[in-house]
Design a binder for this molecule. Structure first.
Ligand code: SF4
Length: 222
């Protein structure tokens, strides 16, 4: 379907909506570029800083970053090299397996990542200006579209535990290792670990949006 052909779009709702998504993606790329130029960072470096701030500690590796960026190990390694040279992250071999190198933000990296948190505020404000019913319809529709794109391998959704099919809330409240449980790794989860973004997240079928706590809390978009 020729969505880029304006004559085609003129007659189809799906074509018009598809081009609107394309324009939104252009806006996001522009926001990344402008913010990156001001901070001396490439868009990939911005993604990496945000990933290292929010992801589950176990996946804060070059391989984990490659998975997040949907890129090769070599490309992710280049991004890490550049951020290391800028003093924004450090590499530390795991004491129990020195072949595994974990990545951590330095103080400067943490501050830089914090400053990037408002990157999408303008888009969120535009959504907030819509009537509630439109926001609900948009949430349902975009969720379905994201799931299809995810199944096709175009995007990987990382979210926190509260809307995940594997999350067992308060499964063993007296366990000193954590009151919750992850059925995916079959391990207890302390409360603080439930707020990390996880690559193994699978949304609840009835959740309004991936990561949205069905009992009331919000998730973050990735
Ligand atoms: S698989 Fe689900 S429940 Fe387990 S750690 Fe990841 S997000 Fe949390």
């Amino acid at each position: 379907m020729p969505a880029f052909d304006p004559r085609h779009r003129d007659g189809t709702l799906a074509g018009n909506i598809t081009i609107a998504f394309y324009r939104i993606s252009q806006a996001v790329q522009h926001m990344l570029r402008v913010r990156g130029e001001a901070a001396g960072l490439s868009p990939a470096q911005i993604h990496a800083l945000l990933f290292l701030r929010a992801a589950r500690p176990e996946v804060r590796t070059v391989g984990g970053l490659a998975g997040r960026l949907l890129t090769s190990y070599a490309t992710a390694s280049g991004v890490v090299d550049a951020l290391e040279r800028k003093g924004l992250l450090t590499r530390t071999p795991l004491p129990e397996d020195r072949r595994t190198v974990t990545l951590a933000l330095t103080g400067a990296g943490e501050r830089q990542a914090q400053e990037l948190e408002d990157l999408l505020d303008e888009i969120e404000a535009a959504v907030e200006d819509l009537p509630e019913a439109d926001q609900q319809a948009l949430a349902r529709a975009t969720k379905a579209i994201v799931r299809r794109l995810q199944a096709a391998g175009h995007v990987k959704v990382y979210e926190m535990c509260w809307g995940c099919q594997f999350f067992r809330r308060d499964a063993h409240p007296l366990d000193p290792r954590g009151p919750h449980h992850c059925a995916f790794i079959d391990a207890p989860l302390p409360e603080e670990k439930t707020y990390f973004e996880c690559p193994d997240f699978v949304p609840l079928e009835d959740s309004a949006w991936p990561g949205m706590d069905p009992k009331g809390g919000d998730g973050s978009l990735s």
